[in-house]
Write a protein that binds this ligand. Structure first.
Ligand code: ATP
Length: 455
């Protein structure tokens, strides 16, 4: 075990096993855009469901929202995105490529990839200029002025503009939060590193509205909560860290931001940002929309504009981190076993049911077991190929448990239950299988990669 993972290995496993493919591949692709296949959809859905669970089910002070992608363009004027959502861009007059000026030390020169842009003998970079990252489109059948709208570059603003609705209709008072998952779009100058940075991606954002005096306390609360979420879902704590932004890194709206960073194969990088946004957003929308966006305490008549603590995560980036952290290779009987040691709750398929051989009544019993288990959890039936090959396939998609029906099953209705991580096999009566798997699924789980690294 140990750290054997490179981004290439992740990309290749994702393609080979149908998690994630380059988009529009039959037309030669479209830069840094990806499509999720069956197992990728199941995995990312589990990531999002775990986020919903942490926000909605495990606490009672957050409500859900699903706002539109296309909003009134005034939203982006008020939020500051039209004027300020820019990255500095430089062009190279020689290779004609564009680069993010603040990422040059991580990028490769267009002609000499071993050098950074600007360091090659022929590099000829322009001065940096600001480039707005919002995608523009038009509403209605005619392209005329006034019809320009934007694809949202973050889900957060959809939450702020619904603050009043939620306050009224779900009868909430600070501290409370509004959570949303949805697609966001940014015309990134240099997307890359697989799904780490793409132009179309999914965000999981929550805006937590608090009395101004309590902002600091809630900021600390959400830092700890969000770090705990990743660790509970199996990320190795030594591959995770919190990093506070320096004053010159802070966004225009923020009085404090910390990133949850993960040690990706490309180095420590942002997984999620947690920001104290003060009253910036509500005040700006109040001013631009000419609306009162504040909380009035009916008992004390006290009124104030709540401050906002925002944990903003990426569903794709989190999925990538879980994949990277789970990837492992080990030697078993002289062969390399590749597997994803995913937390069982995240694993796309929880259990694979297989007859040892495709005869002697075994497939019939295996199908019966499968039909029973699939009512309880995502299960898969597999009878094709040697048993070793079928296990290898399940290991690579991260299926935590394998159930094998063999000749003994026909005699005593017991099956073998194989554990992906320890490779331990136990015999268990078919009647107890469902309960046992549900028990294991609920149990706390830590990655065996951790134990090996520290031993
Ligand atoms: P970065 O510095 O990496 O560009 P950011 O600080 O602009 O990110 P935020 O605006 O804080 O990102 O967005 C919150 C989260 O959304 C990020 O932590 C990340 O997980 C995700 N995210 C942002 N941009 C992208 C992208 N282009 N592709 C995939 N995920 C993204």
């Amino acid at each position: 075990m140990g750290d054997v993972v490179t981004m290439d290995k992740i990309v290749s496993l994702c393609k080979r096993r149908g998690f994630i493919f380059p988009s529009s591949e039959i037309y030669g692709g479209v830069g840094s855009t990806y499509d999720y296949g069956h197992y990728g959809v199941l995995l990312k859905t589990n990531v999002k469901n775990e986020w919903w669970r942490a926000m909605l089910q495990d606490r009672d002070d957050v409500v859900a929202l699903d706002s539109a992608i296309i909003q009134n363009p005034k939203v982006w004027e008020a939020s500051g995105h039209l004027a300020g959502f820019t990255d500095p861009l430089v062009d190279c007059r020689t290779c004609k490529q564009r680069f993010r000026a603040d990422h040059l030390d991580q990028l490769a020169c267009g002609l000499k990839p071993s050098k950074h842009p600007g360091e090659g003998p022929d590099c000829d970079l322009t001065e940096a200029r600001d480039f707005n990252l919002m995608f523009e489109t038009t509403v209605g059948p005619v392209k005329e002025s006034g019809a320009t709208v934007y694809l949202r570059p973050e889900t957060a603003q959809g939450i702020f503009i619904n603050f009043k609705n939620v306050l009224q209709f779900s009868r909430r008072k600070p501290p409370f939060g509004i959570a949303q998952i949805g697609k966001s779009f940014r015309n990134e100058i240099t997307p890359g590193n697989f799904v780490f940075r793409t132009r179309e991606f999914e965000q999981m954002e929550m805006e937590f509205f608090v009395p101004p005096d309590d902002a600091k306390r809630w900021f600390e609360h959400w830092l700890a909560e969000r770090e705990r979420w990743y660790v509970e879902l199996g990320i190795r704590p030594d591959h995770l860290r919190l990093r506070a932004h320096d004053a010159d890194e802070l966004s225009h709206y923020s009085s404090g931001t910390s990133d949850v960073e993960y040690l990706f194969p490309i180095g420590w990088s942002e997984l999620e940002g947690i920001a104290d946004r003060g009253d910036f957003d509500l005040s700006r929308h109040a001013e631009h929309a000419n609306e009162k966006l504040e909380y009035v305490d009916t008992a004390t008549r006290e009124r104030y504009v709540p401050h906002v603590i925002e944990p903003a995560a990426g569903a794709d980036r989190a999925t990538l981190a879980f994949l990277v952290d789970a990837y492992d290779e080990e030697q078993v009987e002289g062969e390399t076993r590749t597997l994803l040691r995913l937390h069982p709750r995240l694993a796309p398929v929880k259990v694979a049911v297989m007859p040892l051989v495709k005869k002697d009544g075994q497939p019939e019993v295996a199908r019966e077991v499968y039909a029973d288990l699939r009512r309880r959890m995502q299960a898969e039936y597999d009878e094709g190929g040697s048993i070793g090959k079928r296990y290898r396939r399940q290991d690579e998609i991260g299926t935590p448990w394998g159930v094998t029906v063999d000749h003994q099953t026909l005699e005593d209705r017991t099956v073998t239950l194989r554990d992906r991580d320890s490779l331990e096999q136990v015999r268990i009566p078919i009647d107890e299988l469902g309960d046992e798997l549900e028990r294991r699924l609920r149990a706390p789980w830590t990655t065996p990669k951790l134990a090996t690294a520290s031993s």
